[in-house]
Design a protein around this ligand. Sequence first.
Ligand code: B1M
Length: 211
Amino acid sequence: MGTLSEISTLLQQGRAPKVKAMVQQALDEGIAPGEILENGLLDGMNIIGQKFKNNEVFVPEVLIAARAMTRGIDVLRPYLVEEGVEEKGCVVIGTVKGDLHDIGKNLVRMMMEGKGLKVVDLGVDVSTEQFIEAARENNADIIACSALLTTTMNEMRGVVEAVQACDLNGKVKVMVGGAPVTQAFADSIGADRYTADAATAADVALSICTA
Ligand code: B1M
C-alpha cells in the first residue's frame, strides 16, 4: 500500500499516533505537504464523512477519525503554511447563545476542516455579537450556527438579522442546522442555507466558498 493510502486507511480507523507517524514518514519521503493533505488525510475524512451520511459508521468513529486527522494536520501545518497551500474559504462556527450542546457542531467543524476550509470555532453559548465580530475579524465567508434546543434555535433569527443590518450583508452567508432546525424554520428566519447533517454542511460550505 502506498504511503498516502495508508494514511487514509489509518485515519478511517482512528489510529491517531500511527497517522501522525505516517504523515512524518510521507514528509521524509519527499511527498508534498499539499498532496499528503489532499490524498491522505482529506481522502480518509471524506470516506468517513460519506459512511457517516449512509449510517455505516456512527458518532464515536467520526470523532476518533477526526482526532486522528487533527494530529496529522498538526504535523503538516508548518509545512502547509510554508508551501502556501491556499485555504478554500473561512467559516465562523458556534453553538448559539444559551445552548451548550457541541457534539454535532464539532462534527460539522471537523467535516468542514476536512474539506480544506479554515474554521474558527467560537465554542458554545455564542452571542450574535460574537458571531458578527469574529466573522468581520476573520473576513469569513460563512457564519455557521448550530442549535439543539427548541428554546435556543430562535437565536439564529438574531444572527441573520444582525448580518443583514451591517456591513457583512451580501458578503457573509448564514448556515443553520441542529436537530430541531428544519428547512421551513431556516426559510422563516431568512437563513441562507439549512443542512441536516455534518457531511452535507461541509459540502454546502465548500460550494459557497468556491462559487
Ligand atoms: Co441535551 N437535550 N439538554 N444534553 N441532549 C437534547 C437535545 C434533547 C432532545 C433530549 C430530550 O429531551 N430528548 C432535549 C432538547 C429538547 C428540545 O429542545 N426540544 C435536551 C435538553 C432538554 C437538554 C437540557 C435542557 C436538559 C436539562 O438540563 N434539563 C440541557 C440544556 C443545556 C443547555 O444547552 N443549556 C441539556 C444538556 C445536555 C448535556 C450537557 C448533558 C449533553 C450535551 C453534551 C455536549 O454536547 N457536549 C446533552 C446531550 C448529549 C443531548 C442528546 C442526548 C444528544 C445530542 C447529541 O450530541 N447528538 C440530545 C438527545 C438526542 O438528540 N438524542 C439532547 C449527537 C449529535 C451528533 O447530533 O447535535 O443533532 P446533533 O448534530 C447533527 C445534526 O443535527 C447536524 O449535524 C450533526 C451530525 O450530522 N448539525 C448541523 C448540528 N449542527 C449543525 C449545524 C449545521 C448543519 C448541521 O450548519 C451550521
